[in-house]
Write a protein of this length. Sequence first.
Length: 393
Amino acid sequence: MPLLLLLLILLAACGTKEPVAATPETPKSEALALSPEARRNAGIEVVTVAEHLDGGSLEAPGQLAWNEDRTWTVGVVATGRMRAVLAQVGDRVKAGQVLARFHTHEVHDTQANLEQALAERRRTTANLEQWKRNRDRLKRLYEAKAAPQMQVEQAESEVKMAEEEVLKAQANIERETQHLTEVLDVRVAPEHAHAGPHEGEGSDEELVPVKAPHAGLVVERKVSLGTVVTTGQPAFVIADPESLWAIASFPESALPLLRVGLPVTVEVRAYPGKAFPGRIRRLGESMDAATRTLKVVVEVATQRSLKPEMFATVRLMMGRQMALTIPASAIQEIDGKQVVFVEDAQKQFSARPVQAATRDGVAVIQSGLKAGDRVAAQGSYMIKGQAAQRVGE
C-alpha cells in the first residue's frame, strides 16, 4: 500500500510540471501546435523563405500642389489704400516688377521727419562751428596768458557736446532716409515733401510700390483697387510654374525603403504612359492615424504639362538586387509590430518579429528571417487568432 501511494505522488508531480512549462512569461513566443485537420480547415500553407532577384516598383497615390519652397507671398509694408493694381492672376512677372501701388501717410510722416532731421543737422552744425571758433579763440588767449585754462577746457567740452548733437541728427537722417527709400521704396526728394497736413492721396511718385520678390506666376491676388490694407497683409502669391510638389501617401510598410533624395517618377491621368521624373524632397514626421500612411513630398518638374490639384501616382523604382521575399499574406501585426509565424521541426508555429516592405502581394524582408526559414503564408491570420486565444486562456 505505501508503494502504491508513492507511485501516485510521483505521477501527480509529473503532471504538474507540464502546465507550468506551457505558460511562460512571454506567451506570444509560445510555440503553437495544430492538428493536421485544423491545418486543413484553416487552409494553412507553409512556404520557404528564399532569395529572389528584386527589381519591382512601389506605388503611392498623391496629388500635385505648388512647391512651397518656390512660392512667395507678397505683403504690404505699411497701412494705406490701394491706388493701382497692375498684376492679375495668371500673369508671369519678373523679379522687382511692380504689382500694385498704394497710398500711405507714412510717406508724408517720414518725409516730415526727414526734413526735421535735416534742419536739426543744419542747426547743430552751425552750433558746432561756433563752438569751435570760440574754443580756438580761447586757446589763443590762453597761450597769450589772457584766459584761464578752465575756460579752454569748458570750450572743449562744449565742442564735444555739439559734435554729439551733429552725430545724433545725422543718425536720424539716415534712419528716416532708409525707411523712406528701402522700406517704403519711395524716391521723393525731401525738399518736395509737404510739411503741413495732407488730405489728398498723393502723387504717383509718392505711392508705395508692391514688388515681386522673384520671377514667377501670379497664382493669387488678394487686393483690389481701393482696398484698405494693413502692414504685413498679403497682397499677391507668386509661384514658380516650373516646379511642383507631389504629396504622396506611402504605406507604413514602405518606410524602410524611403529616404530623402531618392529618384521617383510621377504619372497623371492626363498623360497616360508618360512618367515625369522627380525626387523625394522630405518625409512626414508622423503617420496618419486613420490610414496608416506617411506623407512624402516629391519635387517634380512640370515640363509645362503638370498642374496643381492633379491626382497623381508616385512610383518608387526598386534596384535589382537579391532579396528575401515571402507572400505578403504571411505578414501579421501584433502590438503594432510586424510578425510572421515560423514553423519549426516539430511542425509548431512561433511568432517572430520582422521588418518588411510589401508591394504587389510580395513582402521584401529587411530583417528577422533568413533563407530556408519556413513561414505560414495562407492561414497566418487564423494562427494569430489561435495564439491570441491561448494567451487569453
